[in-house]
Structure formats: structure tokens, C-alpha cells
Design a protein around this ligand. Structure first.
Ligand SMILES: [Cu+2]
Length: 350
């Protein structure tokens, strides 16, 4: 009886802690929310080191007015269409402006006192009807093609990554690699109020990217292959958006939205939640790290319970992971012990 009561009590406390983070209480604790297992996927030194981002790539640039440079086939297509449409708009605007100028200058009352009585011109009427129709068809074909390409389902063999939006962080699940989960919090900003307790400050590691965009644990994915992103949320609607990868999809509680992510080049690509989701909406960035397959596999193996092609990790890697996994990392109370980091101590020592 007593034991039962204790365990129920513990469950309640645990649930209450979880709720305090996900639910209404979190808005009260805006800048004091407990950090969740932010190091659950800390890198294991030697096998995986986070990539250093390239300035100006996969992130906004000062004074930028253009789209970010694109690193996916649909992104390049979309960028091409965007620029093409701008040119078409410009040409049509200049053409109409020129016609107006001609009318104003040549056909005003002083320059043209006796106006023509012409009321029909068959050729002209056919041209000004057909030309816009052809222009619109010309625009519609690539537009519809782009929409179709964006929503083409992933091939059966594609890697699945489950993205979950939470107030106010992201979790990334890897069902094809042993179903481990990565919790991703924004890094705190030096000299500013702490956003995520227990999370390091931006700039404390050599691979840290820009403030407001860098996170403690990135979403790591393989480069050059289609990835099936399944996107959902636990509390309110969020939106998973990475401009340089031409990716934006709403994360809706109780629903799974799916879209293919394809990254052409290894690198770090940053994005932000793009659906107003509460007090810390602006503090839940997205960092996607695209790695070649072998490096991706090495990253996968830094997680307890990781699998590659249905195979558990090799004995050596398992042994290395077993020791730190036995002692849960500080702040990892939310995650089961099996999700404790591999090589936490060595990673922190860097
Ligand atoms: Cu959000």
C-alpha cells in the first residue's frame, strides 16, 4: 500500500513537472522554466563533433533583402520561380507605365485636340486578351509543378525523423534508428536574462552559431537523401521552418503533417518556430545539421539504444555508451535513463 502510494505520488510529481513545463504554468515561469534533459544527446568526443556553421550560409545576413541561399532542389526551383516572377512583374509594370506616359504626352487635349473616333480594333483586342492569358499559363505551369514537387511523398525507404513542437523547444525522434529522442533548447545569450536554465551560453563552444538560432542539441540528418519529416506538437500550434531548406510546415497537436526534407550539401541550417505559440515563441529556434551518411551514423551511435539498419550499435560503441548511461546526466530527469548521453563528460570537457 505504502509503496503503491509512493509510486503514485512520484508519478504525480513527475506529471506535474512535465505539465509545469508544457502547460499554463510555463507562461508564468517564462524565464525560469526548468531546462529539460538538454544534454540528452550530447556528443561523444571522437566519434561526433558538432559542425561549425559557415557565416552567411543557412542563416540570415545583415541587410539581406533576398531569399536565403537555397540548399534543396525544391528551394532552388522556388528561388528560380521567385526571381522569374519578379522579372515578369517588372517588365509588365514598365510596359504599362510606358503606355500611360505615351497617352499622357501624345493624347492630351493640347497635343491632340481632335480625338480619333476609333472604337474597335480586332487585332489589338485579340492581342491584349491572348497575351495576358499566355503569360498566366506560363506562370501557372511552373507554379503548380513546384507545389506538386513540395508535396511529393517520401519514398518508402526514406529515413523518418519525428519533429515535435513544444512550448518552447523542439524534440526530434529517430524511429528508424532505435527510437531515441533529442531535446533541443535555444542557447542562452550572454548578458541577457536566462531563457533555459541549465543550458550553456551561445559562444561557449567553437561550433556555436548565431545567438537566438543556435541550440544545445541540433537535429542531425543525413545529406543527399530524402528524409521524411513527420511533424506534430504537444501543446499549441508551432511551425517548423528553415528558410534555406525551403521548408515550412505547421506542427499541430493531435495531427501529423508530413513533408520531405532533402539537403544537398553538408552544413548547419537555421530556422525558427513560425507560428505564434506563446511567450517564448521567439526563443525556440531550429538548427539542422546535415552530415554524410557515415558521420550521421556515428552521431546516431552516440545515443543509448541506437540502431543502424535494424542493428544495435557495435560492441565497442555500446560499451562506451554504457558507462555514462548508468549515471543520468544532471537535468535529464525528464528523459529515461536509457536516453542519457553517451560520453557526456568528455563532451563537456572540450
Ligand atoms: Cu512555437
Amino acid at each position: 500500500m505504502t509503496l503503491g502510494k509512493i509510486s503514485i505520488g512520484a508519478g504525480r510529481v513527475r506529471r506535474a513537472l512535465g505539465l509545469s513545463f508544457n502547460g499554463a504554468l510555463a507562461s508564468v515561469l517564462t524565464f525560469a522554466a526548468p531546462a529539460m534533459a538538454q544534454d540528452a544527446a550530447a556528443p561523444s568526443a571522437g566519434s561526433y563533433t558538432p559542425m561549425k556553421p559557415t557565416p552567411g550560409i543557412g542563416m540570415p545576413v545583415d541587410g539581406g533583402i533576398n531569399l536565403q541561399q537555397q540548399f534543396s532542389p525544391t528551394g532552388e526551383y522556388g528561388e528560380w520561380l521567385h526571381h522569374g516572377l519578379l522579372w515578369i512583374c517588372l517588365i509588365i509594370s514598365l510596359f504599362v507605365l510606358a503606355l500611360l506616359a505615351i497617352v499622357i504626352v501624345r493624347f492630351n487635349r493640347r497635343a491632340n485636340p481632335v480625338p480619333s473616333k476609333t472604337s474597335h480594333n480586332t487585332v489589338l483586342e485579340v492581342v491584349w486578351t491572348l497575351a495576358p492569358v499566355l503569360i498566366l499559363i506560363g506562370i501557372a505551369v511552373p507554379s503548380i509543378d513546384l507545389i506538386a514537387k513540395q508535396y511529393k511523398p517520401a519514398p518508402k525507404t526514406a529515413l523518418t525523423v519525428k519533429v515535435t513542437g513544444n512550448q518552447w523547444f523542439w524534440t526530434y525522434g529517430y524511429p528508424d534508428n532505435g527510437d531515441f529522442e533529442v531535446i533541443s533548447n535555444m542557447l542562452n545569450i550572454p548578458g541577457q536574462p536566462v531563457v533555459n536554465n541549465g543550458v550553456r551560453e551561445v559562444g561557449s563552444k567553437p561550433w556555436d552559431g548565431p545567438s537566438h538560432l543556435e541550440v544545445d542539441n541540433r537535429m542531425v540528418v543525413p545529406v543527399g537523401e530524402p528524409i521524411r519529416l513527420q511533424i506534430t506538437a504537444t501543446d499549441v500550434i508551432h511551425s517548423f521552418a528553415v528558410p534555406s531548406l525551403w521548408f515550412k510546415l505547421d506542427a499541430v497537436p493531435g495531427r501529423i503533417n508530413e513533408k520531405v526534407l532533402f539537403i544537398e550539401k553538408p552544413g548547419v541550417y537555421y530556422g525558427q518556430c513560425s507560428e505564434l505559440c506563446g511567450a517564448k515563441h521567439g526563443y525556440m529556434p531550429i538548427a539542422v545539421e546535415a552530415l554524410p551518411r557515415d558521420k550521421y551514423n556515428a552521431w546516431v551511435l552516440t545515443h543509448a539504444g541506437a540502431e543502424i539498419d535494424g542493428q544495435k550499435k557495435p560492441a565497442a560503441a555500446a560499451e562506451a555508451a554504457a558507462a555514462p548511461a548508468a549515471a543520468p546526466a544532471p537535468g535529464s530527469s525528464e528523459a529515461p535513463a536509457s536516453e542519457a548521453p553517451a560520453g557526456e563528460a568528455t563532451a563537456e570537457a572540450e
